[in-house]
Design a protein around this ligand. Sequence first.
Ligand SMILES: Cc1cc2nc3c(=O)[nH]c(=O)nc-3n(C[C@H](O)[C@H](O)[C@H](O)COP(=O)(O)OP(=O)(O)OC[C@H]3O[C@@H](n4cnc5c(N)ncnc54)[C@H](O)[C@@H]3O)c2cc1C
Length: 435
Amino acid sequence: MAIQVWPSLIIRPATYDDVALALSTLYSLNVPIRIMGGRHSYGGYCSHRGVVLDSALLKKLEIDWESETITMQAGLIWSEVYAALNGSEYAIIGGLCPTVGVVGYTSAGGYNSLYSRSYGLGSDNVLSFKVATYNGTIVTASSTSNPDLYWALRGGGRGNFGYVLEMTHKIHRINQTNLPTGQHSFLSITWSNRNDFRAVLRNWLIFVDEVANFDTRIGFDVIIFTNSENSFLLIYGSFNGPHADLESIFQPWLSKGPKPDIYTVKNFTQFEVITVTGTANYPFPVKERQHIVSAMAINITEAMLDVLLESQPNTTFQISQYIGVIYLHDTNKDKNTAWAFPDITFDIAPGFVWYTSEDDSTAINIAESWLKRLMNAAAPTGSIVGGYLNYIDPYMDNWQQMYYREHWDRLREIKTVWDPTWYFRFPQGIPPNNP
Ligand SMILES: Cc1cc2nc3c(=O)[nH]c(=O)nc-3n(C[C@H](O)[C@H](O)[C@H](O)COP(=O)(O)OP(=O)(O)OC[C@H]3O[C@@H](n4cnc5c(N)ncnc54)[C@H](O)[C@@H]3O)c2cc1C
């Protein structure tokens, strides 16, 4: 991360009463706070030079196999949840990165490029939240209890409305694959000749349009990696159906385009996807510093492909660029949430990686101007409709519209009810009306 901010005091509540006491005391003393979960905010918004309430001790989880639900406390990270489900046939919609926190991920939408096409976004799967408000009052938000808060926390949340103490999510039995203990099949396909990349992407986009958009068992995560020495294009696909169907579904697509250098198909559980090394053949360098941007796209045009396939200048320092194209067609299963992107098919989310703090501003400039070129390329067709709240970009112009679209006014009204004095405040946070 390019953004590193160190708090003056970290408080670690161990119980919900501790959270309530901390909030009521700090609010009455007018002490600003930030809430910290898995610490993966790309804007560093879980921290500041003041008091931080860190959920690290709130680690309980409870699985109810009968109702197919799990209740998770705010300090859990996804690897802990996947480990608890491992060995069963169940999966949950969580992050692909094992150390992302469960609340920060879910309350901004939360997609899983391998499972969301089958089971929706993280926020679609939350049945209820327990929340501590600014003055320490603890409330429940669900479809029947405080439904406005429930709506807002599913896609518009991420620290805006209160301290989420716990969430109850649906879990999903993986039985369509006929594989042991809830495995999916995963394809890892890599091309390393840069001259092939455009043809590979065009061919993939046709497959998406003609086949994958109509078959929600198929998930994809595409990475185009470039640095000064080499590049590769990796398409990582998942299939939530019988292994026997794989060849007949994917081979007609692959046989039309340039031949890949690596093609593997393996079966993994959700826990294995994040723990088995070499699953995706990622030849990444060690990441030191990183800036990520995001563009929610309805489609990808030829003009946008030109930008996706650019190489970055690399004259004064070593910079790597990995363009993530996450396939999200039809992943929003519950339309009655604050998630603002039911119409998109891709999140184009490039990350830029570099090594020393002296290069921060140069690298961030490269990333931001890359995003502007992509937006310009998309402008004539209106293909880009926003940015992803979970890939928060502190330099984003017009972020209110980009993150929330037509939900902005309603979210402000809900904020006015639940946090009228704007106690939960951070850059790019939702303000109440008349703060
Ligand atoms: C390596 C990496 C991989 C990622 N992969 C994915 C992915 O596959 N899919 C995806 O959708 N996103 C992904 N993300 C984005 C990630 O989901 C967001 O950055 C998310 O906000 C991180 O949550 P956190 O709890 O880890 O971070 P934090 O920085 O601790 O929190 C993020 C925000 O949520 C607030 N917050 C945290 N806990 C609470 C709480 N209990 N109550 C209220 N507010 C709270 C914080 O104040 C902060 O504003 C990834 C991020 C990284 C760095």
